[in-house]
Design a protein around this ligand. Sequence first.
Ligand SMILES: CC(C)(COP(=O)(O)OP(=O)(O)OC[C@H]1O[C@@H](n2cnc3c(N)ncnc32)[C@H](O)[C@@H]1OP(=O)(O)O)[C@@H](O)C(=O)NCCC(=O)NCCS
Length: 174
Amino acid sequence: MGTDKETRINYSDNISDNKPIIIRRCTLEDLEAVIDVNERELPEDYPYFFYKSILDNYPESFLVACDDTGKVIGYIMWRVEKTPAIHSLKLINKGHLVSIAVLKDFRRLGVATALLNNSMKSVKKHKIHEFVLEVRVSNYSAINLYKKFNFTTNSIKDRYYRDGENAYFMTLKP
Ligand SMILES: CC(C)(COP(=O)(O)OP(=O)(O)OC[C@H]1O[C@@H](n2cnc3c(N)ncnc32)[C@H](O)[C@@H]1OP(=O)(O)O)[C@@H](O)C(=O)NCCC(=O)NCCS
């Protein structure tokens, strides 16, 4: 999508055969709902100003998924970081996945896949050298999701999370 447009996923539940989920850019008005999804689905929480600064700086890759009532049921946000290249002093851009989550009732419908697909196209426009992310070593669903996108484990970050769990550091060349 250049993320100016909306993307639609259709799914069915017990009540209706065809319900849409819309993927679109996050707006300021969505932030409280995004925080709510984050607090329900992930142990890592961030203050409001953190979400706001990601939205201000990287609006094109901060996306939400909404159900047929307009309720936010998932989100993804990235930031772009300048880091030194390994073999020179040159600075390179890395696209860092900050957070992704989908409400339990809407999982395994392809929502995270659509959020990743659409946002990565926008992150790529920053001429990034690689996509990077951290994921809990116990987070089987997310690790599988990232492997499906061809991310590979680059290293393990010891006690990366506040509760002491290790993270896989996963990377992907665009
Ligand atoms: C990880 C998460 C975002 C996946 O969202 P989703 O919308 O259900 O994912 P999708 O439907 O797009 O699934 C894509 C692929 O991910 C993998 N996957 C997703 N859920 C899985 C599960 N429960 N078990 C195993 N693999 C799973 C599969 O490879 C799946 O492809 P498939 O359906 O063709 O087998 C969701 O489980 C979630 O919000 N978890 C809590 C928050 C979180 O852990 N975020 C990541 C932090 S690093």
